[in-house]
Design a protein around this ligand. Structure first.
Ligand code: DLL
Length: 444
């Protein structure tokens, strides 16, 4: 069943015992080695000895992204710089990246978690693994790379971009597993379609997609276009990178968290109190084994729910739902809260559109306004040109999109239907929200 390490099927009690021991060790590690945490814990009147049960984690203060920024670049590292063998970072919306570091043991643990993830996704030793995640400071490329080698896959470090060359190598090497952001893999899949390749001619059987929110409908689209089974992989630099959780290909029903390396909580982002299992809230992670950058109760800003029900695949680990989106990306349209992934889910049901879209935030007078930019399919466009469709066709399509948005997402927004190929294609993480509100405001 592709279970890489038997710990993935341990009982919840065994997992919790492992977690408590490792949590105690981690709190001691940060208290002794990171001045920031020593001050935080002291201010909250908590010492390493205060952690006697897993519930005691709630005594610990939260860590947020700004704490990493304020301690840029290496201030939260818990080991001497000479022990750090790798640096990664995530580009923020503003200013300098958030920098993270890894010791040799951290890299080994990360590779193990990715080996588990590729196994869960359907891959195994000897498979050719086409890695289209970007290499560089971003954790996707090298993160997947080391795990793929550890599992024994033949790893192709193609990185993102240069789509034609990617397709050429896919045709020549015949990989079984492909990894990348769903938006970039869609880009590759569409190019393949244009080249007249059909899914039966594509060797790939399994896809490992993540690093950005995507919907169940996008999964169906990618699976059909490539003739594969696709799983969701999640992670973030501050906590590790990819591999914090991954779906299994057997159930494709929630992402298995590596409970032996991370303790997950789900909180209400307003009250900061835990929410019941099964309810959506903000994911909070504490690392349990990291040496270089141990992290305590990191508020991810990502919205999801968790369940501890055993999975059909045999794994007993906590599962998280798909991430609906980041709190920062939540749109509030006339009082209704909505994530871009929910818009995506509805849009992908409309036959005359391609699965690319952007949400433009603009100003109408003094009011915030939302424009949904979508793109018509090539056939639809050609039918208009040939006048097989009358000039009202676009207006009718626009009405039907508006109707879907109103009934499924409960919001009304302006719809802009673009000609084929006009929405920018992604080579990594797709830009879904374009904020033009500042551009529109008059110069003071
Ligand atoms: O995106 C790590 C990664 C690489 C994950 C490759 C999966 C595959 P960052 O650049 O630090 O790290 O961005 C982390 O991306 O907080 C989420 O908001 C988002 N994210 C990551 N995976 C998913 C996913 C990598 N599967 C941020 N679904 C996170 C939805 C995701 N959002």
């Amino acid at each position: 069943m592709g279970i890489y390490n038997e710990v993935e099927t341990s009982s919840q009690t065994e997992l919790q015992q492992i977690q408590l021991k490792r949590l105690q060790k981690t709190v001691e590690h940060v208290f002794n080695n990171v001045p920031f945490y020593r001050e935080q814990l002291t201010a909250s009147q908590v010492s390493p000895q205060s952690i006697q049960s897993l519930e005691d984690i709630q005594k610990l203060p939260f860590t947020k992204k700004h704490h990493l920024r304020e301690n840029y670049p290496f201030g939260l590292f818990a080991v001497d710089q000479s022990e750090i063998v790798r640096i990664h970072g995530s580009s923020g919306t503003s200013g300098k990246p958030t920098i993270v570091g890894y010791t040799k043991n951290d890299i080994e643990m990360w590779a193990e978690l990715i080996a588990r993830a590729i196994s869960a996704a359907g891959g195994s030793k000897g498979d050719i693994f086409h890695n289209a995640y970007g290499y560089g400071l971003f954790t996707g490329g090298l993160g997947l790379h080391y795990g793929s080698e550890k599992l024994g896959c033949t790893t192709v470090p193609i990185s993102g971009g240069n789509t034609e060359r990617q397709i050429c190598l896919i045709q020549d090497f015949k990989p079984k597993v492909i990894a990348g952001t769903p938006s970039y893999i869609l880009n590759i899949a569409e190019k393949m379609e244009e080249m007249g390749l059909n899914p039966e001619e594509i060797s790939v059987e399994y896809g490992i997609f993540g690093a950005e929110p995507w919907s169940e409908e996008m999964r169906k689209t990618l699976e059909e276009k490539l003739g594969i089974k696709a799983v969701d992989i999640y992670g973030l630099s501050e906590v590790l990178g990819p591999g914090v959780s991954v779906e299994c290909h057997e159930a494709q029903d929630g992402l298995h968290i590596a409970d032996d390396h991370f303790f997950v909580e789900v909180i209400d982002p307003e009250t900061l109190q835990p929410v019941p299992e099964g309810e959506n809230g903000e994911l909070v992670f504490t690392s349990l084994t990291k040496e270089a950058l141990p992290i305590i109760r990191y508020r991810t800003g990502d919205i999801a729910s968790i369940t501890r029900e055993k999975c059909f695949c045999g794994r007993t680990t906590t599962r998280m739902s798909r991430v609906k989106g980041r709190i920062d990306d939540m749109l509030i349209i006339r009082g209704v809260n909505i994530f871009p992934s929910e818009i995506e889910r509805s849009l992908l049901q409309i036959a005359d559109l391609v699965p690319h879209y952007q949400i433009h935030l603009t100003k109408k007078g003094t009011m915030d306004n939302v424009e949904l930019h979508v793109e018509m399919k090539q056939e639809f466009f050609e039918n208009i040109l040939k006048q097989d469709l009358n000039h009202d066709a676009v207006a009718i399509l626009k009405k039907s999109i508006q109707h879907v948005m109103k009934t499924q997402c409960l919001v009304s927004m302006d719809i802009v239907i673009n000609q084929p190929k006009s929405i920018p294609r992604s080579e990594g993480k797709a830009v879904r929200i374009v904020d033009k509100r500042k551009e529109a405001s008059p110069v003071k």
